[in-house]
Design a protein around this ligand. Structure first.
Ligand code: HEM
Length: 124
């Protein structure tokens, strides 16, 4: 297993602990921010090692386009989770939105993790 794939897998452990400890806000927030940090490390490693951003702009295969769109959506959802999480903490609102976006984020992460395993075979 490559380092980026291993780190991508580790983000699930962080998110899992964060969801398990949902009522302990400090642990929940720390785990989710830890997952986001790892997520950004993965992007950095892929960019420095394989120049993924440049390669994604040179007629990428369709599966890679899907993978990138999902990855960007996931990063945007992390941002939305931070904003809505702060709203829950400070004003007790946006709880439902936080929950729905959180579930979407986790579902997209599972889909993209599977795609990232299939990618090398599909891209040839
Ligand atoms: C992958 C990212 C995240 C996921 C999947 C996630 C998911 C959830 C879920 C499902 C809840 C329960 C909502 C409810 O009870 O209706 C929750 C609660 C909460 N989340 Fe997150 N969250 C994430 C990131 C964050 C971040 C980054 C923050 C803060 C900056 C945050 C702050 C909170 C707070 C304050 C609560 C309320 C906890 C309580 O009931 O005491 N979350 N989160």
């Amino acid at each position: 297993m490559s380092l980026p794939l291993f780190l991508a897998f580790t983000t699930f452990i962080f998110i899992g602990i964060g969801l398990w400890q949902i009522k302990r806000r400090k642990i929940h927030v720390a785990c989710m921010l830890g997952a986001l940090t790892l997520e950004l490390v993965v992007v950095y490693l892929l960019q420095t090692g394989r120049q993924v951003v440049q390669r994604s702009m040179e007629s990428p295969p369709p599966i890679l386009v899907i993978h990138i769109i999902i990855a960007v959506t996931i990063l945007s959802l992390y941002g939305a989770q931070i904003v809505s999480g702060i709203q829950i903490h400070l004003h007790g609102r946006w709880r439902r939105g936080h929950k729905v976006m959180g579930c979407t984020l986790v579902a997209l992460k599972v889909i993209n993790f599977v795609i990232s395993i299939l990618l090398p075979k599909a891209a040839g």
